[in-house]
Design a protein around this ligand. Structure first.
Ligand SMILES: NC(=O)C1=CN([C@@H]2O[C@H](COP(=O)(O)OP(=O)(O)OC[C@H]3O[C@@H](n4cnc5c(N)ncnc54)[C@H](O)[C@@H]3O)[C@@H](O)[C@H]2O)C=CC1
Ligand SMILES: O=C(O)CCC(=O)N[C@@H](CCC(=O)O)C(=O)O
Length: 489
């Protein structure tokens, strides 16, 4: 147990509670360490503060060179990092590899976005020049979730550093090893000491970092519950920037389409990729009442029951790996049990083939007759079906959520899509495409309980810097005509 925190360019032991990271399928310990204490949180924030002026005043090209070095380090170690993601989260290797690619691609996309959204602009205004430039906030905390332990914190860290901020990174306590490897790549890229600091730990470490008076902002990806408590912690601090990317209870509406198998495939990609552990996953599938809807569901269940579930390195490769932990598996099974007790019908029951492994088989349950359905995100491979009488009712049901991250329609009718797009309240609205797999070249964020109007991905540049408007002229001179009431004698 050593060297798990990275502060002022040096690895050091955590002095707080000990914790382990487990392979969710085998329960083998793959990382052990101790969390940061409040003193170590303080040291990390001070380290970032000290490093800030020099990093912020480096030229953009110098910062870009370090970022490009980081992308190169990721590519050099791509197999090792993908393996680590697979081992720590349970994600199949093919999928973990795409996560590393997304991390490396984030660099070029962030540079383009920085130039386009927060670059420099100028033009004549009267006898002066009006200039728009952007400045970094200072020291920012980045909090990551476990489901994309590399890609999602990276989506805050890369644009944050590019803009000139220094960072204190607190990854999920369920994925400390991926975070450690990521920081090693930054070190290989030559990032100066103090510019990025790593604090390992769980909720208490997070609370200490979020409440530290020395941070200028916090960029968060995680659950709505944690995001809400951070928002409360930031109450009365309009001087600090808070970007919250949170969960969803995403609807996918199926209309009576011609290509049933294409619809089935798209539903599976939306609901069960990453074992249902994406914030964009479809949680509620809205299917028309009647014979066509019955036949569609029969086919969906038939194909879903053939989905291969297995360990991250199983060959041939599975489509779905495990959920993150035995505790998460238990909570999902309990939630299914409660819904079944409340009148839901299992079309395909989600099961746990082995009690000491977090592998779950995909489940589909019809909750149409459940009275007072809970509007909660169930973060796993459990899809809830709701039957609808007509298209207006489907849209009403789709919007019946406190969240507003993603919503989708599978339909052969453009007119229906236009209606759906106009009436949907969500930050991602797709037509005949899976809900998951959003592009980093587009903004990414939700409304309602899914976010606080600070979209990430391509728009992350916006919350990483603030605009400074200047009126400039090299010569200080009197105007041609003076304002009435002033006399210069
Ligand atoms: N909108 C988006 O971009 C995305 C949202 N998510 C959401 O993330 C969730 C899954 O990730 P989890 O790791 O379970 O999220 P989580 O909210 O449990 O944890 C996220 C981070 O916050 C920390 N944390 C937990 N409680 C805290 C507290 N009270 N104060 C400060 N920090 C605290 C955790 O240690 C972790 O680093 C899902 O709800 C999912 O929908 C995941 C990916 C993308
Ligand atoms: O952040 C980006 O660069 C683009 C958004 C993205 O990658 N979204 C993914 C993952 C979101 C999640 O964890 O759930 C997606 O839409 O599948």
């Amino acid at each position: 147990m050593m060297n798990t925190l990275y502060i002022t360019g040096a690895w050091q032991d955590g002095k707080g509670d000990a914790f382990d990271s487990l392979n969710p399928v085998t329960q083998q310990v793959i990382w052990s360490g101790q969390s940061a204490t409040a003193e170590q949180v303080d040291a990390a924030v001070k380290s970032a503060r000290q490093a800030f002026p020099a990093w912020a005043t480096r030229s953009l090209d110098e910062r870009i060179a370090v970022l490009e070095g980081f992308a190169a380090a990721l590519k050099n170690r791509a197999d090792e990092i993908a393996r680590c993601i697979g081992e720590e989260t349970g994600k199949p290797l093919w999928e973990s590899a795409t996560e590393v690619t997304s991390m490396a691609n984030k660099v070029a996309i962030s540079i383009q976005s920085y130039r386009e959204r927060t670059g420099e602009k100028s033009g004549p205004l009267g006898d002066a020049t009006a200039v728009l430039r952007h400045k970094p906030h200072g020291v920012v905390a980045v909090f990551g979730p476990y489901n994309f332990p590399g890609h999602l914190p990276n989506g805050h860290i890369v644009p944050g550093l590019l803009a000139g901020n220094t960072v204190v990174f607190k990854p999920s306590e369920l994925t400390p090893k991926v975070a450690e490897l990521t920081v090693q790549c930054w070190i290989e890229a030559g990032l100066p000491a103090g510019v990025l600091n790593l604090l390992q730990g769980a909720r208490d470490t997070g609370i200490a970092l979020a409440g530290h008076s020395g941070i200028d902002g916090l960029f968060f990806t995680g659950s709505s519950r944690t995001g809400n408590s951070l928002h409360q912690q930031f109450a009365g601090r309009p001087d600090k920037i808070l970007a919250l990317e949170m969960g969803g209870n995403n609807p996918l509406v199926v209309d009576q389409v011609a290509d049933v198998d294409a619809a089935v495939y798209t539903v599976i990609q939306s609901a069960f990729i990453s074992a249902g552990q994406r914030c964009t996953c479809a949680r509620r599938l809205l299917v028309p009442e009647g014979a066509w809807g019955d036949a569609f569901l029969t086919r969906l269940v038939e194909v879903t029951s053939t989905i291969q579930v297995g360990a991250f390195d199983q060959q041939p490769a599975p489509f779905m790996g495990s959920v993150i932990s035995l505790a998460a598996a238990r909570a999902l099974l309990d939630a299914q049990e409660v819904m079944l007790a409340n009148g839901a019908v299992a079309l395909l029951e989600m099961t746990q083939p082995a009690t000491q492994s977090a592998l779950l088989t995909p489940g589909i349950i019809d909750v149409s007759d459940v009275f007072d359905r809970e509007d909660e995100e169930l973060f796993g491979p459990l899809l809830q079906v709701i039957r609808y009488a007509d298209f207006d009712a489907a849209i009403e049901e789709a919007n019946a959520t406190q969240y507003g991250l993603a919503a989708g329609l599978l339909s052969d009718s453009q007119a229906r899509y236009q209606q759906f797009w106009l009436q949907s309240r969500a930050g991602i609205v797709n037509w005949n495409k899976q809900l998951t797999g959003a592009a980093s070249t587009a903004p990414f964020g939700g409304v309602g309980a899914s976010g606080n109007h600070r979209a990430s991905a391509y728009y992350a540049a916006d919350y990483c810097a603030y605009p400074v408007a200047s009126l400039e002229t090299e010569t200080l001179a009197l105007p041609a005509s003076l304002t009435p009431g002033i006399t210069l004698k």
